[in-house]
Ligand binder design. Structure first.
Ligand SMILES: Cc1ncc(COP(=O)(O)O)c(C=O)c1O
Length: 504
């Protein structure tokens, strides 16, 4: 974990990361160029060698450079951005491009421009892709959805007016019943707000609850889209470690004052643990002492395969500090952009006002169609079917990994969700890019866990083995089997190469 005292060290490693990344982007370091040794760069910048090595590890994990033991680290092919790339760093964004009149970005704009440069973008899709996030188009409940849309269109009102920014009342009523039944949640319809996916909920929370410089606690490793939303608005992130039981609440006491904590207690992303009741209470007590808000991201609780989902943090919250966030991106489609928030009563008015300013409200037609699916039972039937399908895929993946890799793989977080983490104990974290590349050559897309560790907190990287976040929602069991057998071949080739390098 990085306590607040370490912010300066994190700040310098983040600045160095951004600087090297910008030099790769603008071609100062072209593909194949050797970076300075960690020793000379550390001496030149007055940083510790560990800090520079951590930055290099991060750049390697993000696919910008390749590191080789005993040899110079080199820039990977294709790491530079095209000529029309965004400004290379916050300062350049502030000045505008050379020769152009200065077009000033706001402080938030400059931070977002800097963050865009850090993002290596999605790799091209492979023939077999163990990506986490997308769902299969063939799993979508097309008939039920079309029927609901048609019914909604037939009842279209004569007056097409703007609606309540909190969302369509029929949907909020149906959702209230659904959450009570499936999550044991009791809340008033007034506390529910429909948003354009959980991402909008996180963006609104960052805008309305966090001032620049405020400390926000996040899980490490964690969900990058959340971290980036808070960073964009100037939050200082304090990363708290995650173990087999979720967030290490014993690390919270050293952190204060904290404005907000973002957690995934029912299914930690990406490691998959659920937070036991004692830690839930400790988190709530700590937040009460800090007068901090907690965002509970309940993104995929529909997919618990053996046991029912835990009680929510919200249902244990007696001090109205929990903001519960959910999404339909995991059961219906991430393209619908439909999610919801359960807000503490005291926040309802300001969130509704901010939502109105952002986009008035979510699209009415899809909200009403979803309300019908929830009310007539077809959504519940669809979720039961999805759970069966995803569990079959998850079993196929666990089974194939165990058969093809045996002791070479350690599986974590397979009890629920749409992904698991595969660790390769014999391979160091720095070999993740090589494993990704060797798999890609065999037509298999795999996705390293490295980028989900916070860039300023890379101290764990040298100690941890290589790991992959493996999604299975897109793949049928027989395809999973083929993909894993090719991944096993890729792993063998990377292990052989790295043992030759060690001996040489
Ligand atoms: C941790 C987490 N939260 C939320 C989401 C869903 O985001 P959205 O509702 O914006 O599609 C995801 C999707 O991958 C996720 O991994």
């Amino acid at each position: 974990m990085a306590p607040i005292d370490d912010d300066r060290r994190r700040g310098s490693s983040r600045a160095l990361y951004a600087e090297i990344r910008a030099r790769i982007a603008d071609g100062t370091y072209p593909a194949g160029a050797a970076l300075p040794s960690t020793r000379s760069l550390a001496a030149e910048r007055g940083l510790s060698r560990g800090t520079v090595s951590g930055v290099y590890e991060q750049l390697a994990a993000d696919g910008f450079i390749a590191t080789h033991p005993g040899a110079a680290s080199r820039v990977c092919a294709g790491a530079a951005l095209p000529a029309r790339a965004l400004p290379a760093d916050e300062e350049r964004a502030d000045r505008g491009a050379p020769g152009e009149p200065a077009r000033r970005l706001s402080a938030i704009g400059r931070r977002i421009a800097g963050m865009a440069l850090r993002d290596p973008g999605s790799p091209p899709a492979s023939e077999i892709d163990f990506v986490y996030g997308p769902l299969s188009g063939s799993d979508f409940p097309t008939l039920a959805w079309l029927k609901a849309l048609r019914a909604v269109e037939h009842q279209r009102s004569r007056r097409l007016a703007y609606e309540d920014p909190r969302g369509n009342l029929d949907l909020r009523r149906a959702l209230q019943g659904h959450l009570s039944q499936t999550r044991g949640l009791s809340c008033a319809v007034e506390q529910l707000m429909i948003v354009n996916g959980s991402q909008q909920a996180l963006d609104l929370c960052a805008r309305l609850l966090v001032d620049p410089g405020d400390v926000v606690v996040v899980e490490n490793p964690g969900y990058r889209m959340a971290l980036e939303a808070f960073e964009a608005y100037g939050a200082r992130l304090s990363c708290v470690d995650v173990d087999g039981h979720g967030l290490r609440t014993d690390q919270l006491d050293r952190l204060r004052p904290v404005r907000l904590a973002y957690v995934t207690p029912t299914h930690q992303f990406p490691l998959g643990s659920f937070l036991p009741i004692a830690r839930r209470r400790a988190l709530l007590d700590w937040a009460a002492g800090q007068q901090a808000w907690i965002i509970e991201d309940d993104y995929d609780s529909e997919y618990r395969y053996s046991v029912r989902p835990e009680a929510t943090l919200l249902s244990l919250d007696s001090r109205a500090c929990v903001i519960h966030v959910g999404t339909f991106s995991k059961t219906l489609s991430p393209q619908l952009r439909l999610g919801y928030m359960v807000l503490p009563p005291g926040l309802v008015e300001v969130f509704a006002a901010a939502k109105r300013l952002a986009d008035r409200h979510a699209a009415t037609g899809v909200q009403r169609a979803l309300a019908r699916l929830l009310a007539d039972g077809s959504y519940d039937r669809h979720v039961r079917r999805m759970r069966r399908l995803q569990q079959a895929r998850q079993r196929a993946l666990v089974d194939a990994l165990t058969r093809h890799l045996g002791a070479r793989v350690k599986i974590e977080g397979a009890a629920s969700g749409l992904h698991l983490v595969a660790w390769f104990p014999a391979l160091p974290a720095s070999a993740e890019p090589a494993l990704v590349e060797a798999s890609r050559e065999r037509g298999v897309g795999v996705h390293p866990i490295g980028p989900l560790f916070h860039p300023g907190d890379r101290t764990a990287a040298p100690r941890r083995p290589a790991g992959l976040v493996m999604g299975y929602a897109l793949l049928e069991p027989e395809v999973i089997e083929r993909g894993v057998s090719r991944l096993a071949a890729a792993l063998t080739s990377v292990q052989e190469r790295s043992s030759i390098e060690r001996r040489g």
